[in-house]
Design a protein around this ligand. Structure first.
Ligand code: ZN
Length: 395
């Protein structure tokens, strides 16, 4: 009898345990806070749609939403379980609490809110909020670009002035993003002991010093040394600095060792298998996940300055190739392409990602090892960016 009771108790406990086990888990909340802009990233174990609501108050405005059937994961930092205080910026704190035993409620308390954007990234699933204190500067710039023909060259832009051009927005500040860093080495060439993260940092530094010597523009690097920065933080830096341009520098790699050349990307969807594989590699996700991004990216591209980003990419591509061709043989121009790169998503300014050469190709890897080749790439990036700025006719 006693034994039967014991088993019954065990059974009840088991059922109770099963019913409280949630199917989704909140893995982490990361935030990047600046004086008038904050980016919040929620890392989740599964994809879900978030329906947020805004509740204006006298002193604080609340933005809140529920994560359905969700609990904290074991890895979620204990210290952040109830509330995260943010010491700078317009987002003051994030509060978390279980709601109706199943859902996890997330509340953002704002001092002042101008505009916010929300989008999703996958592998792991992420919900990203971009929250701005004011809406003037950012809103104007976000709706400017109008899609136009994809096949035009920088020389053809005369006749198809975008809104950025019509409104005469000039360039003052440029954020240069040396790809990878720290625990993320990027691609590498084993026999030459060359890492992408080292080359991109060197190229960015060279580019910065060329700008310093020859122009009045303010250049900000997303990293000045060998340190890790998430893909989300890189764009957050550009947004927070109200940068006018964003250029992410990378080195390519391919399974076929003969593949070589230079290519420049801007943000959009693609059906081209090669572009998809480059984006998957740079996003550190599978090709399958890239395919799943379609609906996500469709929504984001509306906000991106596609037309200007494409023109910027064309100028960069043209000048990097031109510089290298002036001193080297067999420079392959792979052209300007589009793909869903995480690092470009959410950028509020024209943005490009340039794959400067292939570390997987021995000829290009050996060239990449030399100071002169890097100098020419940096020069090409400089002339590309300057030509783009000049094409705006305002600087
Ligand atoms: Zn890379």
């Amino acid at each position: 009898m006693r034994k039967a009771f014991f088993f019954l108790l065990l059974f009840i406990l088991l059922i109770a345990n099963l019913s409280t086990k949630k199917s989704n888990q909140l893995l982490n909340i990361r935030y990047y806070a600046y004086p008038d802009y904050t980016r919040v990233v929620l890392d989740l174990s599964a994809s879900m749609k978030v329906q947020e609501k805004l509740l204006p108050g006298q002193n604080l405005t609340r933005l809140y939403f529920d994560l359905p059937d969700c609990d904290f994961s074991g890895a979620y930092p204990e210290i952040n379980k109830k509330e995260i205080l943010i010491k700078s910026g317009n987002l003051k704190r994030i509060r978390l609490g279980q709601r109706q035993k199943h859902d996890l409620r997330v509340v953002f308390d704002f001092d002042k809110i101008g505009k916010y954007d929300k989008f999703y990234l996958s592998s792991p699933f992420r919900v990203v909020f971009d929250i701005f204190q004011d809406d003037i500067n950012h809103i104007d710039r976000s709706v400017l670009a109008q899609p136009d023909r994809v096949d035009s060259t920088p020389e053809q832009i005369e006749g198809q002035y975008s809104m950025v051009r019509q409104l005469g927005l000039g360039v003052h500040r440029i954020v240069i993003d040396p790809g990878h860093g720290g625990k993320d080495p990027g691609t590498f060439n084993r026999s030459l002991k060359l890492y992408e993260k080292t080359i991109t940092l060197d190229l960015a530094r060279r580019l910065k010093s060329i700008f310093k010597k020859n122009s009045k523009y303010e250049i900000i690097l997303t990293r000045e040394r060998d340190r890790y920065i998430s893909l989300e933080e890189r764009t957050a830096i550009a947004n927070s600095k109200k940068s006018d341009l964003f250029v992410s520098i990378h080195v390519n790699s391919a399974p076929r060792k003969t593949t070589r050349g230079i290519e420049t990307y801007y943000l959009n969807l693609t059906t081209d298998p090669w572009s998809m594989s480059v984006a998957a590699q740079e996003n550190a996700i599978s090709k399958k996940s890239i395919g799943e991004m379609e609906t996500i990216v469709k929504q984001i591209v509306k906000n991106a300055k596609e037309s200007e980003s494409r023109i910027l990419s064309q100028f960069i591509q043209k000048h990097v190739v031109k510089q290298l061709k002036s001193k080297y043989s067999k420079i392959t121009n792979l052209g300007v392409k589009k793909a869903p790169f995480y690092v470009l998503i959410g950028a509020r300014m024209p943005a490009s990602l340039v794959e400067t050469s292939f570390l997987s190709n021995m000829y290009e890897a050996k060239r990449l090892k030399t100071s002169f080749y890097r100098y020419l790439i940096a020069n090409g990036l400089y002339y590309g960016i300057i030509s783009y700025i000049k094409s705006l006719g305002k600087n």
